[in-house]
Structure formats: C-alpha cells, structure tokens
Ligand binder design. Structure first.
Ligand SMILES: Cc1cc2nc3c(=O)[nH]c(=O)nc-3n(C[C@H](O)[C@H](O)[C@H](O)COP(=O)(O)OP(=O)(O)OC[C@H]3O[C@@H](n4cnc5c(N)ncnc54)[C@H](O)[C@@H]3O)c2cc1C
Length: 344
C-alpha cells in the first residue's frame, strides 16, 4: 500500500514542483542525492575522496524522448568529466544508455556516448554503462561489444546483474574479452522467465559471478551493501591470493557509510555511486518505495534533527548536509535499492 502510494507520488510532477522548493523534502533527499548542481556533487566527491573513497557520478535525468535531449545529456556528461579533471577529483561517471538516446535512435546513442567516451579517454578517465531492465540487456551488450569497447577498451565498462539467468555466460564472455564489469544483484522488476524469483538464488548467482570476476576478470567492481557478500569477497581474495588492488567494492551514496569506512581502513578500494541533479525526486521516491521502512527512518531522523536544532536555541532546523552523513545507528536502517531502478 505504502509502496504503491510512493510509486504513484514518484510520477506526480506537481508534487515534485512543491517539494523541490521545500527545505524539509530537500533534507530528506540530501541523504541519498548529492545536491542539484555539478559543483555541489563535486563537493560531495571531494568529501568522499578525503575519506579515501572514489566516486562514480550519475546525473539524474528524466526519460529522454528526442535527439536534442540526448545530445544535451551527452554535453552535460562531457562537462562533468572536464570539471572532475579540473578539480583533480578521483571520480568517474556512470551513464544510462537510454539517457544517451538508446530508445530514440541507435546511431544517435552511439554518437552521444562516443563524445562522452572521447572526453574520458582524453583525461584517462572511465565511463560505466549502468545496466537497465532485461529489455535492454542484449541491446546494451551488443552495443558495448560491437561498437564501444573495441574503440575505447580502457575507458568503458559494463554492469551485469546476478538475478538474470544469463549472467554466468555474460561473466564468462566479459572475462574472455578482458572487459571491466560491475556486478550487482539487479534492481528491476523482472519476470520469472528471465530472472531468479528467490533471493537465495540471486545471492548464489552473485557469489558465482563475483568469484569468476575476481579470479579471471579485469578489476571488477563488487557493488553490494550485503555484508555477507562483502565478507565472502574478502575470504575468497585471501584464499586465492588475490590482492586488494585487483578489485573494488562499490556502494551507494548515503548507504552504509560505516562499512565503506571500515573497508577503506582495511586497505580495500571503495567507490561510492553519487547521484545528483534536479530530477532527484523520482529517484528518492523510488528508493523509498523499494524499502518503505526508510520513510519511518527518515522521518524519525529529520524530527530528531529538528528537535536538536530547537534545543540548540534558534528553533531553526540545521542546514541540509551535502554529504548525507548520518550516525551509524540511524544509517543501519537507511536501506535503498540501487540506481539501476532509476528509470523503472
Ligand atoms: C554502486 C552500485 C551500482 C549499481 N548499479 C546498478 C545497475 O547498473 N543496475 C541495476 O540493476 N542495479 C544496480 N545497483 C543496485 C543493485 O542491483 C541492488 O538493487 C542494490 O544494491 C541492493 O542490493 P544489495 O546487494 O545492496 O543487497 P540487498 O540484498 O538489498 O541487501 C542485503 C543486505 O545488505 C544489507 N544492507 C543493504 N543495504 C543496507 C543499508 N542501506 N543499510 C544497512 N544494511 C543494508 C542488509 O543486511 C540487507 O539485508 C547498483 C548498486 C550499487 C551499490
């Protein structure tokens, strides 16, 4: 019920117009989204870098419905890569091919993502192609292997999702072709004809893929907040003599900061996925819908901060934080599903 209400609200533009200028709603969002502007997001990346954490920036956007919008998004990513370079930050970018015009025209999509990849190559940077729903899996891999990876072998990588039946084969191919993979569980609602309906099978698939990528792959990104999987990665690396420089953990902005910091302290590479942009409202609502417990958690923490602000004497709530920090006790409940669900 709550989930459906949140999903309904995520599509309501008039609600967004209201909350966009509402301080409290923005404070809600700042936990999971690094502000609306490029510079604000880069400040958040700077704060992550200071904690020894790398970033991958995701520009939150509306569905792209024509060539102008796709080209505009491409230009924004080019500018983002330029600003990362100018500010000397340790960050790459994550891109959805649908935002590059995949649903409008394939050649448009190739041209747009190529301009982004050329910029990444100029700066020795990297572009991760987020994986969307299974309707896009084959098309995305065809484009990747057929056009993008041959032209930019050092600058582009893919995402595979352990909930799909096909992923063992996709991992084997990626390893054979020496391309970089982020492995995640998968965030879309998929039919049982293509994906495991049971979480236990998804987790088992993740372990299989993770082992294969760590052993035979090229610097895989292990994207999960699942502590059991993180522990298994560490155990496997020790058992197989795989050094921590050969892979990285990846988590979402504002989620499990305690685990992020602990992994950095232990000497592992850690990258945080940092979504930003004016279109934060649908992203936030979908994250809340995926884990409705977050609504209670966020309401509770905002109320606590309001009370603390009053006690501090001025009656005004503290300013919204850019980094989405939260005490670990609170954060332990701040569960969100992944960015892949962004355009669901
Ligand atoms: C960097 C990154 C990139 C991603 N890219 C994509 C993509 O391109 N395509 C796509 O489809 N999906 C993507 N995802 C989303 C992903 O597929 C999952 O939907 C999402 O990460 C949730 O799965 P999980 O592995 O974190 O663990 P879950 O199975 O959701 O959770 C497992 C356990 O982890 C712990 N946990 C998880 N989150 C929290 C939290 N916030 N606080 C406390 N404990 C927690 C809990 O113990 C929980 O029971 C990405 C995720 C990340 C982190």
């Amino acid at each position: 019920m709550l989930r459906n209400t949140l999903l309904y609200l995520s599509n309501q533009q008039q609600v967004f117009r209201f909350v966009r200028h509402n301080g409290l709603a923005k404070r809600f969002a700042s936990r999971f989204v690094a502000g609306e502007t490029v510079e604000g997001a880069l400040d958040a990346v700077g704060a992550l870098n200071a904690r020894g954490i790398r970033a991958s920036l995701d520009l939150l956007g509306e569905s792209v419905t024509n060539a102008d919008e796709a080209r505009q998004t491409g230009r924004e990513y080019v500018r983002l890569l330029e600003r990362i370079q100018e500010r000397g930050l340790d960050a790459n970018v994550s891109v959805k091919l649908t935002a590059m015009g995949q649903d409008v025209d394939e050649q448009l999509c190739v041209d747009t993502i190529t301009s982004v990849l050329e910029t990444a190559r100029r700066y020795g940077n990297f572009v991760r192609l987020d994986m969307e729903s299974s309707a896009y899996t084959q098309r995305t891999l065809d484009l990747f292997y057929g056009r993008l990876y041959p032209a930019f072998p050092e600058n582009v990588g893919i995402v595979l999702q352990s909930y799909l039946f096909r992923t063992d084969d996709d991992v084997a191919r990626a390893n054979a072709e020496r391309c970089r993979v982020r492995i995640c569980k998968g965030a879309y609602k998929e039919p049982p004809s293509v994906a495991y309906p049971d979480k236990a099978d998804v987790d088992a698939g993740y372990v299989r893929a993770m082992h294969a990528l760590m052993r035979d792959g090229r610097y895989p990104g292990l994207a999960t907040h699942d502590e059991r999987l993180v522990d298994e990665a560490k155990r496997f690396a020790r058992a197989e003599g795989i050094g921590p420089e050969r892979f990285e953990f990846q988590m979402l902005y504002g989620v499990r900061r305690d685990l992020q910091d602990a992994l950095v302290r232990e000497g592992y590479n850690m990258r945080v996925y940092v979504p930003f942009g004016t279109q934060w409202y649908p992203y936030l609502m979908r994250r809340l819908a995926e884990r409705p417990a977050n609504v209670a958690f966020m309401t509770g923490s905002i109320v606590k901060e309001l009370v603390r602000g009053r006690r501090a004497g001025n009656g005004a709530p503290p300013r919204a934080r850019v980094t989405g920090d939260a005490p670990e006790r609170e954060r332990a409940h701040a569960d969100v599903a992944g960015p892949g669900a962004d355009r669901r």
